[in-house]
Design a protein around this ligand. Structure first.
Ligand code: 5GP
Length: 230
């Protein structure tokens, strides 16, 4: 640090450390590759954690309770919803899904970014509740044929369920323009790079770093002192 900077009350690192976390919302129709992109982001970005939703959907064999979702009963879900313990919630394919508020607020206030894998209804509720914290990304498959083939390759759902997911996708895709960013997942690496660039740029937004103003004021003060003395 130069002598002229001794008057600075906040350093650049301190200003960054005081940043409020952001909410990175990834939505997409099933089979667009959203889960893979989400998993890679969580592996590569140390300051990013997943918001673990509560759901009444039965657990798939590949899923772990408390890691992918908190699997709960309808009664428990309704209780949480009625006590306003959910930041947003929705009924998707006949099951309830919701985001518990407390872990999210705690992470954001500690400057940690939170990743959400939620549907369109949930995204719009977040817009109403906490728009400045939300960065929304809509991920699309390169074609319907590719989307169908990914769903079948995944072999996690019955043909009936796949058909229902495709039907839901028609309604969802119409909302693409309400998202901040759109990524067409033709090539997974490129789609992932896009998502990571969005996260990194959004972290630098002036509004998320209120302390940066104090840092700059300190520098301006230092500069004034130096030029006054010259
Ligand atoms: P899946 O059953 O395939 O895990 O999820 C079905 C849909 O529910 C996906 O579009 C997923 O993004 C959405 N979803 C998962 N958790 C939540 C949540 O907490 N809130 C909302 N609104 N949607 C969710």
């Amino acid at each position: 640090m130069s002598e002229a900077q001794t008057g600075t009350v906040v350093t650049a690192d301190e200003a960054e450390a005081q940043r409020r976390g952001l909410m990175l919302v990834l939505s997409s129709p099933s089979g667009a590759g959203k889960s893979t992109i989400a998993r890679q982001l969580l592996e590569q970005e140390s300051n990013l954690k997943l918001s673990i939703s509560v759901t009444t959907r039965p657990r798939r064999s590949s899923e772990i309770d408390g890691v992918h979702y908190h699997f709960i009963t309808r009664e428990r879900f309704e209780q949480m919803r009625d006590r306003n313990e959910l930041l947003e919630w929705a009924e998707v394919h006949g099951n309830y899904y919701g985001t518990p508020s407390d872990p999210v607020e705690e992470a954001l206030s500690q400057g940690q970014d939170v990743l959400f894998d939620i549907d369109i209804q949930g995204t719009f509720q977040l817009y109403e509740a906490v728009r400045p914290d939300v960065v929304s990304v809509f991920i699309l498959p390169p074609s319907i044929a590719e989307m169908k083939s990914r769903l079948h390759r995944r072999a996690e759902d019955t043909p009936d369920v796949i058909q229902r997911r495709l039907k839901t996708a028609v309604g969802e895709m119409k909302h693409w323009s309400k998202y901040d960013y759109v990524i067409v997942n033709e090539d997974l690496q490129r789609a992932y790079d896009g998502a990571r660039s969005i996260l990194r740029a959004e972290r630098l937004r002036r509004e998320r770093c209120p302390a940066i103003g104090t840092f700059i004021e300190g520098m301006v003060e230092d500069l004034r002192r130096e030029t006054d003395g010259a």
